[in-house]
Design a protein around this ligand. Structure first.
Ligand code: AMP
Length: 585
């Protein structure tokens, strides 16, 4: 893949879609977009190796929407996604990019959601359906999803679907939809099973990969912060308080974000300015000049606008939004450590972007170390230091204080106050808006629903017990103990199990009770009121490539009765399509 600059307007997208891109503030197509959009517009099949964060959703949504006939109500685009979260996200993205298409409707469909609502919406007519494989299959076999007009199929995060044991369902769907269609498959990795599906069901697909070999200098210290517990803006301000920086460039993805962030930082007292492609050349040059001369300390930029920027005093680069690929990452962090100086690069990574971090790290062959956000004590210590520094400055500058001296001596005498007490009161007044002593709410680890292979890194240890603080506790009578066929020997961790239950079963984390790991299986407490549909859904779910096969736990004596089949009551309804069982390994 090349890094030549392409514009969205050169790609052949429809005017309505271009208008939507303009209003969401995307400045330039990401590499995966630059490669995928023309191919998809030309009706080709594509096989894209791309992680979350590379802009892959827009890479298929924008061209497919450009070719959509909004006057026709039958589904023309079907996207299969492994999880409900992704299905919802993708549907929202379609909605955003189709905001100027009158009569456009997109529907996310997934297990655990009321069937009746989905049926009603499907009847009303939608052009795009985004669903998890199980539910899509149900609708096809019920006859409630008419795919006779389907033009394009997207398999999103195909390797995840494989890992979760959905690949048979996906193949079943591929067998039951029109053969005359376009297929786009996106996957973070390309295991042989995925290649097999691609060979079998795709027509001479164009392969698209993001760049993967680049290098970074070792004069730049690289760290990442896994976004959790607090928002990025608060994290950034905490870092700014303690990080000794000279000049800084903060990278974001959109033009709108450059302006918003600059305004927020200005309001917090940092001299900052946006740098984006909407600004004319003269204004951009002036901004860079101000950064050079120290009139400005922080510039918030998009990739395009910061291209080639060379300012020696830039000591820090913050990747507020993760770059699309390693090439962009290398380019971004190369804005610091100029002219033989050292620099520091800080990367914010949302849990779902973890894989992209891994890709960047692998491509640059440089470790990116996890960082902790500064604690309340650290921030307090810094504020106290700078407060003392401000006082020192007044003395160092030999400011004439005689007026205040007399005033306060008189006040002390008249009111019988010690000078320290008066000074403390004044310090309080001075720092009222920004107290020197700060405490932050403890950061709760955010569960990563995708059970990544990098699980150990950046996460805060295993959750052997469900955290009890702040959670609704269930009385034992409300709960039922279930047994799942995944245990320590399968390298399962409680976090994996919670992730699977929450993500696939749509069980909210507060409903999940105690999890106990044994060697070959585990038990988990769940509400007695759990819907059968949810349990049925969970049958398919895999943790560490092992099916949960969830069933009511019958205690140590009951274990020998457990066959490899789930109890009948959770089995697929007879309506579900019949097919030959395949090895899901
Ligand atoms: P994805 O890889 O599809 O999960 O997209 C990651 C994020 O990048 C989403 O928040 C998108 O809104 C954003 N994004 C996608 N394409 C662009 C673009 N060309 N310019 C700026 N942001 C983008």
């Amino acid at each position: 893949m090349t890094s030549d600059i392409t514009n969205f307007s050169d790609l052949g997208l429809s005017p309505q879609v271009l208008q939507a891109i303009q209003s969401v503030g995307y400045e330039q197509p990401s590499p995966i977009q630059a490669a995928a959009i023309p191919a998809l517009l030309a009706g080709e099949d594509i096989l894209g190796t791309a992680q979350t964060g590379t802009g892959k959703t827009a890479a298929f949504a924008l061209p497919l929407l450009s070719r959509l006939d909004a006057s026709q109500r039958a589904p023309q685009i079907l996207v299969l996604a492994p999880t409900r979260e992704l299905a919802i996200q993708v549907a929202e993205a379609f909605q955003r990019y189709a905001k100027d298409l009158p009569g456009f409707h997109v529907l996310p469909i997934y297990g655990g959601q009321e069937m009746s609502g989905q049926l009603r919406q499907l009847k009303r007519g939608v052009q795009v359906v985004v669903g998890t494989p199980g539910r899509v299959m149900d609708h096809i076999s019920r006859g409630s999803l008419d795919l006779s007009q389907l033009k394009s199929l997207v398999l999103d995060e195909a390797d995840e679907m494989l890992r979760m044991g959905f690949i048979d369902d996906v193949e079943w769907i591929l067998e039951h939809i029109p053969k005359e269609r376009q297929t786009a498959l996106f996957s973070a990795t390309m295991p042989p099973q995925i290649r097999k599906v691609a060979n079998r069901y795709m027509r001479n697909p164009k392969e698209i990969k993001i760049a993967s070999s680049t290098s970074t200098g070792d004069n730049i210290e690289q760290v990442y912060w896994m976004v959790s517990g607090t928002n990025k803006m608060d994290a950034l301000t905490r870092i700014l308080e303690v990080e000794p920086f000279d000049g800084m460039i903060i990278f974001v993805r959109t033009k709108t974000a450059t302006v918003e962030l600059a305004e927020k930082l200005e309001a917090r007292g940092y001299s900052s300015s946006a740098l984006n492609g909407d600004m004319n050349q003269a204004l951009r040059e002036r901004t860079v000049e101000r950064l050079k001369s120290g009139k400005l300390d922080i510039v918030i930029a998009t990739d395009v606008a910061a291209r080639g920027l060379d300012v020696e005093r830039v000591s820090h680069v913050v990747n507020y939004d993760i770059p699309y690929d390693s090439e962009a990452y290398v380019h971004r962090i190369g804005r610091t450590g100029r002219a033989g100086r050292t620099g520091k690069a800080i990367l914010f990574v949302a849990p779902r972007e973890k894989r992209l971090l891994y890709v960047i790290e692998k491509a640059t062959r440089q470790p990116i170390k996890p960082m902790e956000l500064p604690s309340g004590e650290t921030v307090t210590a810094h504020r106290i230091d700078s407060f003392k520094g401000e006082i020192d400055k007044v003395f160092a500058e030999q400011v004439d204080l005689s007026f205040y001296h007399e005033l306060l001596a008189a006040y002390s005498h008249d009111n019988d106050r010690y000078p320290e007490d008066i000074a403390a009161a004044l310090a309080h007044l001075l720092q009222k808006e920004r107290p020197l002593q700060v405490t932050f709410a403890p950061i709760k680890p955010e569960r990563d629903h995708k059970r990544s292979e990098r699980g150990e890194r950046g996460e805060r240890g295993d959750r052997n017990e469900r955290p009890s603080k702040g959670k609704k506790q269930h009385s034992d009578e409300d709960m039922q103990r279930y047994r799942i066929e995944v245990g320590r020997n399968h390298q399962a961790k409680p976090g994996d199990i919670v992730g699977a239950l929450a993500n696939e079963g749509g069980i909210s984390s507060r409903q999940i009770g105690h999890i106990k790991l044994f060697d070959d299986f585990s038990t988990v407490d769940l509400p007695k009121t759990l819907a059968k549909e949810t349990l049925r859904q969970l049958q398919k779910v895999r943790v560490r490539n092992k099916a949960l096969e969830i069933r009511i736990d019958e205690g140590p004596g009951g274990a020998k009765d457990f066959g490899s089949k789930p109890p009948k009551k959770f089995e697929r309804k007879s309506k579900a399509p019949k097919r030959a069982p395949k090895d899901k390994g």
